[in-house]
Design a protein around this ligand. Structure first.
Ligand code: FES
Length: 678
């Protein structure tokens, strides 16, 4: 009779011979097979579930007999009767090897399980969070061998989990003795080890075996909006996503005006720091309530933000970022205690990780986009534009990646637009204007119906039609241009010039009436000449930034464009190109990445190794400074026209014919004049 047996694990394919009587969990650990356990093999946690297979396996060269594992035991029976377990499953810590066997580790039993994202073009996240739960049994105190309770807990973690030199703060020490005694020397700890931590630390502990969740927040802290995802640190699931306006807007709409506020008002930076931290606390409370969890179950927060937001979050005066050479106080990543940032609506011991910045104007948000979209692994030349109040732009392929940041202002987020609002139910998000009748139709967030569909009024009764959000204003401006109501210079024509009473005079200019809800007490939603100007400035800054990177890279065209940003997924590629937001490229080569910065934050939250990856990557990204580059101004001016004064758009022209119109401010226009083209 043989003394050992062959054990083959799938899907990893790892195999080895083990002595008869060895628990499957032990064999898995010795082979480095990814099999989870919180209780350390005590039959409590059920994380170690496996599925043995029986019969002939020619592929593996083994036959698995019925008695290949020890019989179903009382621990498994108790677990199955109380909590349920799928037929055919066993607990890896209870089932022992008695013969050659093939064992499948189902995805939910893998520690480093992959979170499959919805879009096939986006990368999956491998779970490897910095914080995890461990159950330990601690030796009782002995008068003859005096040691502290904490020291015996540390020894238990070393012996049972190979965790060395664990630390804890004073507040945890204060709770330690009653918890140990209540749990009769059995406790579960939440253990954290960030990528820069020399030693792991205990963030929390509970008597006995604890199954409560560990959660983390991935926060994209933007100039205009703060967007957060609440993630389960066990499997990466997003339990809730929420956002709110950055309250710092009252100190200045864009980054430079906030830096100016700090410069002009002593203590202004402290005010802005307080405001944003209060907002994050409020957001943490509301997102936890939405997900039905306690805020105390949030143990980690990962931040991505531009350099000014980064400094203001940390309580560092951003004044140096307002003047050349735009020096950051620190560009490296940071690991901090959340309470040091006054983030109190979290677990008291929660940890914060802030992604590294690339340079004084290119922040951790751009780093997060690079982590999410991985331009450095692309074979073709990809332009990634993260549209926000400050656009983060990356251009590159596997040989080189460039980055810049461009001050687009808040127009794309619906701010500084006369009827603008953030993307919320009731906001117009899609617009079409009939080129013949010049009549609009639109869709609002919260309903799939167009405004001329039957049932639209009923469907939008609750939300109302309240304003126009970022993607809505982009479509509106592009549609005005395509319908011949707007000339390449960005002037809206008058009613006589355009033939529609929807173009109404306002002083020396005209506005287009998109929706009149005044009869029902709602707003009149207009696109004004001022709105067009704000969008022109924003899109010119964005386009000029992209062109600058193309100059630096020495290319005239890019192979594909990825639109990212909180509303990046909602921008229609055609409208973005009609507007001249992005360089000419085949429309099917323009894709959306959703909130890539937020995704980068989620990746860093769920996978501690990804933090090392992005810290290494930022050193290889070459940043281009738009603020001091003379060509930026030139590109900016040329980009002011819709779509552009000098760049040809052959790909766009192949699918859209833009009418030749020209209007004069306050005067008669002439139609039929040729558009200027380079
Ligand atoms: S390891 Fe916890 S039940 Fe098996």
């Amino acid at each position: 009779m043989t003394e050992d047996a062959l054990v083959i694990f799938t899907p990893s394919g790892k195999r080895g011979r083990f002595p008869l009587g060895m628990p499957v969990l032990t064999a898995a650990r010795q082979l480095g097979v990814d099999l989870d356990s919180v209780c350390g093999g005590r039959g409590i946690c059920s994380k170690c579930q496996i599925t043995p297979s029986y019969g002939d396996f020619p592929k593996h060269g083994v036959t698995v007999a019925d008695g290949a594992l020890t019989e179903w035991n009382a621990v498994e029976e108790r677990y199955k009767s109380k909590r349920g377990m799928l037929d055919g499953r066993r607990l890896g810590c209870q089932a022992k090897v008695m013969g050659d066997v093939v064992i499948d580790v189902p995805p939910e039993s893998q520690v480093h399980k992959q979170v499959i994202r919805k879009s096939a073009t986006q990368r999956d996240i491998v779970m490897d969070p910095a914080t995890r739960l461990l159950y330990v049994e601690v030796a009782e105190p002995d008068m003859h061998e005096p040691t502290g309770d904490f020291e015996r807990l540390a020894i238990a973690l070393r012996d049972q989990w190979q965790v060395e030199d664990v630390t804890a703060d004073l507040a945890l020490m204060r709770r330690l003795q009653p918890v140990l005694r209540k749990g009769e020397w059995k406790v579960t700890v939440a253990l954290h080890k960030g990528n820069h931590d020399a030693t792991p630390r205990i963030l929390d502990l509970w008597p006995g075996f604890h199954e409560g969740g560990l959660y983390g927040l991935a926060i994209d802290l933007g100039s205009t909006t703060i967007a957060a995802h609440l993630c389960d640190l066990k499997d990466g699931a997003v339990l809730a996503s929420s956002g709110l306006m950055n309250p710092q807007i009252r100190f200045g709409e864009d980054l430079m005006s906030r830096v100016s506020y700090a410069m002009m008002n002593p203590g202004g930076d402290v005010e802005m720091t307080r405001a944003v931290r209060e907002a994050i606390n409020a957001l943490a409370a509301s997102i936890a309530a939405e997900a039905g969890i306690e805020t105390t179950a949030i143990y980690e927060v990962v931040f991505v933000c531009n350099p000014v937001m980064h400094h203001l979050l940390l309580g560092i005066d951003p004044v140096e970022l307002g003047q050349a050479p735009f020096a950051l106080a620190t560009s490296g990543s940071l690991s901090l205690d959340a309470r040091d940032l006054d983030l109190t609506n979290l677990n008291r011991a929660a940890r914060v990780y802030v992604l590294p910045c690339i340079a004084g104007h290119v922040g951790a948000d751009a780093a997060a986009v690079a982590l999410s979209e991985e331009p450095g692994k692309s074979k073709d030349m990809v332009l990634i534009v993260d549209v926000g109040t400050n656009a983060e732009i990356l251009l590159g392929n596997e040989t080189r990646v460039l980055a810049c940041s461009s001050p687009t202002g808040p127009a794309f987020e619906g701010a500084q637009i006369s009827s603008g609002q953030r993307a919320a139910p009731g906001a117009i998000e899609r617009v079409e204007i009939d080129p013949v009748t010049k009549e609009p139709r639109f869709r609002v967030i919260g309903s799939d119906l167009w405004s001329d569909d039957p049932g639209f009024a009923e469907a939008t009764k609750q939300s109302g039609i309240t304003g126009i959000c970022g993607s809505g204003i982009i479509e509106a401006v592009a549609e005005l241009r395509m319908a011949g109501l707007l000339d390449p210079g960005g002037l809206i024509g008058g009613p006589d010039q355009t033939g529609t009473p929807r173009c109404v005079p306002e002083g020396r200019t005209h506005s287009y009436l998109l929706h009149d809800g005044s009869a029902e007490g709602g707003p009149r939603i207009m696109v004004t000449q001022g709105d067009i100007r704000a969008i022109q400035l924003a899109k010119s800054a964005l386009y000029a930034g992209a062109r600058l990177l193309m100059d630096e890279m020495g290319v005239d065209k890019v192979d594909r464009v990825t639109l990212a940003g909180a509303f990046g997924a909602h921008i229609s590629p055609k409208h973005a190109m009609v507007l001249g937001m992005i360089p000419d490229v085949p429309l099917d080569r323009v894709t959306s990445a959703g909130n890539a910065a937020g995704t980068g934050a989620r990746i860093a939250l769920c996978n501690v190794a990804a933090r090392d990856q992005i810290e290494a990557t930022v050193h290889h990204i070459h940043k281009v400074e738009t603020a001091i580059e003379p060509k930026f101004q030139e590109h900016f001016v040329n980009a002011n026209a819709i779509p552009h004064a000098t760049d040809p758009f052959p790909e766009l022209n192949a699918v859209v014919t833009l009418p030749d119109v020209s209007f004069n401010a306050g005067g008669a226009g002439s139609e039929g004049r040729r558009r200027r083209r380079g």
